[in-house]
Design a protein around this ligand. Sequence first.
Ligand SMILES: *[C@@H]1O[C@H](CO)[C@@H](O)[C@H](O)[C@H]1NC(C)=O
Ligand SMILES: *[C@@H]1O[C@H](CO)[C@@H](O)[C@H](O)[C@H]1NC(C)=O
Ligand SMILES: *[C@@H]1O[C@H](CO)[C@@H](O)[C@H](O)[C@H]1NC(C)=O
Ligand SMILES: *[C@@H]1O[C@H](CO)[C@@H](O)[C@H](O)[C@H]1NC(C)=O
Ligand SMILES: *[C@@H]1O[C@H](CO)[C@@H](O)[C@H](O)[C@H]1NC(C)=O
Ligand SMILES: *[C@@H]1O[C@H](CO)[C@@H](O)[C@H](O)[C@H]1NC(C)=O
Ligand SMILES: *[C@@H]1O[C@H](CO)[C@@H](O)[C@H](O)[C@H]1NC(C)=O
Ligand SMILES: *[C@@H]1O[C@H](CO)[C@@H](O)[C@H](O)[C@H]1NC(C)=O
Ligand SMILES: *[C@@H]1O[C@H](CO)[C@@H](O)[C@H](O)[C@H]1NC(C)=O
Ligand SMILES: *[C@@H]1O[C@H](CO)[C@@H](O)[C@H](O)[C@H]1NC(C)=O
Ligand SMILES: *[C@@H]1O[C@H](CO)[C@@H](O)[C@H](O)[C@H]1NC(C)=O
Ligand SMILES: *[C@@H]1O[C@H](CO)[C@@H](O)[C@H](O)[C@H]1NC(C)=O
Length: 719
Amino acid sequence: MLMYCVKTLLGLLALSTTAGAFEDSVTDYAPSVNVLCPDLATTEFVREWTASNQTINPNEAEYVQARINSTIAQAWNDWVDDGTQLGYNTTSFQGNFPKIGIAIPGGGLRAAQFGAAVLSGIDARNDSAKNAGTGGLLQVSSYLSGLSGGSWITGSLFFNNFPTLGELVFGNGNNLTGWLLDIAFATPDGDDVFSEYNQYFFGSILWSVMAKANTGIDTSITDPWARMISYHFLNQTNRQNFFTNDTAHGAGELWSSIPTIPAWQQYEMPFPILVTDSRPQGLNTTTALPLDPTVYEITPFEFASYDPDLSAGVNLTFAGTPMTNKKPVNATACVTGFDQAGFMMGTSASLFNQILDFAHNTLQGFSQSDGNGLLYVLSRQLSEVSTRADDVANWPNPFNGVKTATYDDANSTWLSLIDGASNGENIPLGPLFVKTRALDVIVTLDGSADDPNNWPNGTGMLFTEERLSSILEASHQQMPPLPQNAQAFVDTGARERATFFGCDPTQNPPEYPLVIYIPNMPPFNGDEPAANTGTFQLQYTPKQQQVLFDQIHNNTISGFVPNTNNADPNFGKCLQCAAVDRARYKISPVINRSNFCQTCFTQYCFNPQNPPSLSEVPNRKQLFVDPDPQGLANFLSENKNKLIGGVVGLVVFIALLIGGLIWWKKRRDQQFVAQYHQVSALHEEEELNLKRYSQYVRPESYEMSTHYESLHSPLSPRH
Ligand SMILES: *[C@@H]1O[C@H](CO)[C@@H](O)[C@H](O)[C@H]1NC(C)=O
Ligand SMILES: *[C@@H]1O[C@H](CO)[C@@H](O)[C@H](O)[C@H]1NC(C)=O
Ligand SMILES: *[C@@H]1O[C@H](CO)[C@@H](O)[C@H](O)[C@H]1NC(C)=O
Ligand SMILES: *[C@@H]1O[C@H](CO)[C@@H](O)[C@H](O)[C@H]1NC(C)=O
Ligand SMILES: *[C@@H]1O[C@H](CO)[C@@H](O)[C@H](O)[C@H]1NC(C)=O
Ligand SMILES: *[C@@H]1O[C@H](CO)[C@@H](O)[C@H](O)[C@H]1NC(C)=O
Ligand SMILES: *[C@@H]1O[C@H](CO)[C@@H](O)[C@H](O)[C@H]1NC(C)=O
Ligand SMILES: *[C@@H]1O[C@H](CO)[C@@H](O)[C@H](O)[C@H]1NC(C)=O
Ligand SMILES: *[C@@H]1O[C@H](CO)[C@@H](O)[C@H](O)[C@H]1NC(C)=O
Ligand SMILES: *[C@@H]1O[C@H](CO)[C@@H](O)[C@H](O)[C@H]1NC(C)=O
Ligand SMILES: *[C@@H]1O[C@H](CO)[C@@H](O)[C@H](O)[C@H]1NC(C)=O
Ligand SMILES: *[C@@H]1O[C@H](CO)[C@@H](O)[C@H](O)[C@H]1NC(C)=O
């Protein structure tokens, strides 16, 4: 058995070293190591600032300002025209339009689709949104932040060159093939993980992950996850090539290469930011994090944290480089290409530390089922192959030796990065509240599954409110007054309609930004909801996708008329009122709010002294109704046992990958190493691990077969 495995291992290595022969290969997932670093005397890898004197990356500042100067100026004009319809003359704003950011929440494929559908409802390129008057908000926005499922739509939008949202999600029959969500994430060829095509898929994914492991960089469950995300959300996978190695499936596309995308160069896109949390060294919790661990952000330029304790950022291009005291440990061993777009999105969505715990907890309840056994095996395997952390995204810590007095992980050589919602903040608001970014308006999409029907109840935003006021007071703006708690979000109806928060600041400049809250909510017209699907639903039929998308889009453009199920014909203009309102404060003397906008604000603003009531939004149906009961998702979401089955599918998949990874995963020296290990060291692999591995997984499933020239794909569109 040992010999067999070693032979296979050698075969794998031989194959991956010839990978360069392919022009576009899944092995492009491997970072480049031992790259000659730029001149250490003149290059700044890590930028530092303080909470009281923040700076943003100059490249970010330049992009944001250039976009404001060019496309945004024109976009305001296209959206609000001269302001007459709102009761203003925009000339009087003297060009001082508010700076706006949009935040897209977590929640798996539901959140990704929710984010896409809301964006379509505020996109000037969409006819119904344009007609409603809501279309245009996207074009005047400067920032777009995403976490977890929200990071997938964010990345997808960029790496597909900013198409319209409908085309992005559903394809355009030409060069956009859509998200292919009817193809299951974990087991694209159906439940049988040993089927021929599933094996092709796993083989390709493993090939990527092992190419990375091959460089000596620690991998984890986040890496195969990152590759799965890339198949659906990046731009190189379609039905015809899904199971082939004919394309890199997004491997080699870097987050730091976003500035080379044509739409970026035309300043068409808001500045993207992903959010990820961290589990500090020594804290090995598998449940929700408290609020104090450092929260990080990923931009095309930097991996950074504006938390006062760290206040530093590293050049994203070199983010995989072992560093200490702001310098590479070895000047001829820099790492580039660590910032794979899939891995950035995978890091932001790396919830395995919680899922696996969830699985473990679920174990007792399902001890008789097959799935149960698989979960058990998985948890055993994970504990056995664990090198450092198998259930988190492993990043070399670029901030080792930085801010030693305050930064929790200053002594760590690695960071354990996890899902951006791990601390309860399910909406990536932190980066948008950073003081120096000086946003006036924050569009907060909330697609969290808080209540038993998978609707949000404000919990994510309340966590952010608490973190802002307790930990980020020195560095961030504060949240405007919100309903006191989740129950109040429910009772006021604020979670079932567009709601504006912070409409009436008492100071100038205003003491907080204006927040436009757009929750995932039941259809305003009383239809049965299709948008409150489960976070772990990993597959949607085309019809389920379409109805979900249309419902959310309709909600976004429609507003509400109190005590009815009617659309508000003025909602578009009311949204414009909210978007421009802070401009009034920038002029001296302050311009009065127009009567029209005041009427809007009376209806849409949350007034803490006189809160709205749930009765204003009557006949909203709460219970999910599957619009495509014959469809696969019905199978996954309506039946609890089968939902577990869906998760088991994912877990089985992961178990297979982990099994494969054992070969690469020795109990490596966990100490900081300046030089990456050579893979040959793995010949010392203990027989023990191989035996355990062989007990669970058929070894032949990892044989990497040669490149298939032509492959008939079993994937044809299912309707
Ligand atoms: C630095 O990296 C190079 C590979 O680029 C390696 O040959 C050398 O041994 C390393 N130096 C140290 C001190 O680890
Ligand atoms: C703020 O930081 C910048 C850049 O680091 C520095 O040039 C400036 O002097 C600092 N200002 C204050 C008031 O400390
Ligand atoms: C934006 O416009 C202002 C005022 O015209 C100008 O000073 C600034 O240099 C411009 N910035 C960029 C990045 O284009
Ligand atoms: C807006 O104000 C400008 C400058 O005062 C003026 O020239 C213009 O006619 C006004 N527009 C409207 C629609 O009143
Ligand atoms: C698809 O084609 C259109 C028109 O030819 C082009 O504008 C767009 O950038 C292309 N999109 C991608 C992702 O290549
Ligand atoms: C793609 O390559 C991997 C690794 O060699 C292999 O396991 C997989 O079967 C290949 N897929 C096809 C369709 O050849
Ligand atoms: C995908 O996006 C990358 C990065 O923008 C681009 O270089 C590539 O041409 C695109 N590929 C396809 C097939 O559209
Ligand atoms: C967590 O870490 C502590 C010490 O670092 C250890 O004693 C404890 O067993 C760990 N708990 C788990 C669940 O791994
Ligand atoms: C990161 O480093 C590269 C190489 O030195 C440089 O070209 C790039 O401008 C840097 N990026 C930022 C955001 O400083
Ligand atoms: C880091 O290590 C130094 C020296 O061992 C110690 O004084 C310091 O408290 C440590 N910092 C943290 C945040 O653990
Ligand atoms: C709100 O959502 C949280 C989960 O995020 C849940 O624990 C809580 O019970 C919910 N509260 C209400 C009033 O719905
Ligand atoms: C969306 O609104 C349009 C126009 O009011 C309506 O025809 C359509 O049925 C709605 N779609 C959904 C899914 O609610």
